[in-house]
Design a binder for this molecule. Structure first.
Ligand SMILES: C[S@@+](CC[C@H](N)C(=O)[O-])C[C@H]1O[C@@H](n2cnc3c(N)ncnc32)[C@H](O)[C@@H]1O
Length: 281
């Protein structure tokens, strides 16, 4: 049976309730090395874009309880963190402080990614929108427009989203044909939780960024052959060191293979705000 889609207020309530779990050791235990595999996949695209430590500015948007801050702050980077859930931000702040990284976070903001008016124009060298806030927000076009505004000319965005055709395949396999046609024709799906989600094909994601003035640089398959969320069996299988490194190698080898882009559960995009003014439609 197709779920009824939550309103934005209900989605906010959902994420506020999730914050405690995100901050808990239980989440780490549940995802185990799947999270490491995902992080390694993303890091290959983030690392080459890191700005100078001195004066460089990084935003983690839709940060949850923080993911990249725990890697970047110890490396000497300054970051700002945003999420539309005040509970996520509250936990992120507490966790960052507990780890002694408070000095590296120059701002915490409770902000919808579709409206980041509190952040100035041309502020960030690097905007990370990972963990799919673009698929979860109500207006991805508006969110990309906002990301363009706050990114410095020449700066980059790294984001990930749900993949439209992989989602269609997963739904067809579950015989959920109402949702199958919705995602295939409109890119829209309602998760079991009731969260409405927008899925993109690789070409649609690139086009979305291009229409907002960005130059898409790289599109990659971030979890090519695994389910999203991963099955318990898949998570268990990665406990084996050899399997983990084989899978990591496979992800790396095939990440940018055009056919693999169509079947990854999560798509990653790197886009650059051109240094000079360009046309926005
Ligand atoms: C799957 S979690 C990912 C958290 C973190 N980025 C990570 O990678 O672990 C999705 C996050 O997006 C946030 N989110 C959902 N919709 C949002 C919106 N419209 N604006 C900002 N954040 C949003 C949620 O509150 C949640 O923290």
């Amino acid at each position: 049976m197709t779920q009824t889609a939550m309103s934005t207020e209900q989605a906010l309530g959902y994420w506020n309730q999730k914050a405690q779990f995100f901050a808990s050791a239980k989440r780490k235990q549940q995802n185990r090395r799947m999270a490491d595999l995902y992080d390694k996949g993303c890091w290959r695209y983030i690392e080459p874009l890191l700005p100078p430590r001195d004066g460089g500015t990084i935003l983690e948007a839709g940060c949850g309880t923080g993911r990249w801050v725990y890697r970047l702050a110890p490396m000497g980077y300054n970051l700002e963190l945003t999420d539309f859930s005040d509970e996520m931000i509250r936990h992120a702040k507490a966790m960052v402080n507990r780890q002694g990284l408070g000095g590296s976070v120059t701002g915490y903001h409770v902000l919808d990614i579709c409206d980041m008016a509190a952040l100035g124009d041309n502020s960030f060298d690097l905007v990370l929108a990972l963990g799919m806030p673009l698929s979860l927000c109500r207006n991805p076009k508006q969110a990309v427009s906002e990301m363009f505004r706050i990114t410095k000319p020449g700066g980059h965005v790294v984001c990930d989203t749900m993949n439209r055709f992989r989602k269609a395949l997963d739904l067809a396999q579950k015989n959920d044909l109402a949702q199958f046609f919705n995602v295939l024709n409109k890119g829209k799906v309602v998760a079991e939780s009731g969260l409405p989600q927008t899925c993109f094909s690789p070409a649609e994601l690139e086009a979305l960024f291009r229409t907002q003035g960005f130059k898409p640089c790289k599109t990659a398959a971030i979890t090519p052959f695994l389910e999203l969320p991963p099955s318990k069996k898949q998570v268990e299988m990665l406990d084996d060191d050899q399997m983990f490194s084989q899978m990591d190698k496979a992800f790396h080898t095939f990440a940018e293979e055009p056919w693999v882009l169509g079947l990854t559960s999560r798509l990653l995009l790197v886009a650059q705000r051109p240094s000079t003014a360009s046309h926005r439609s």
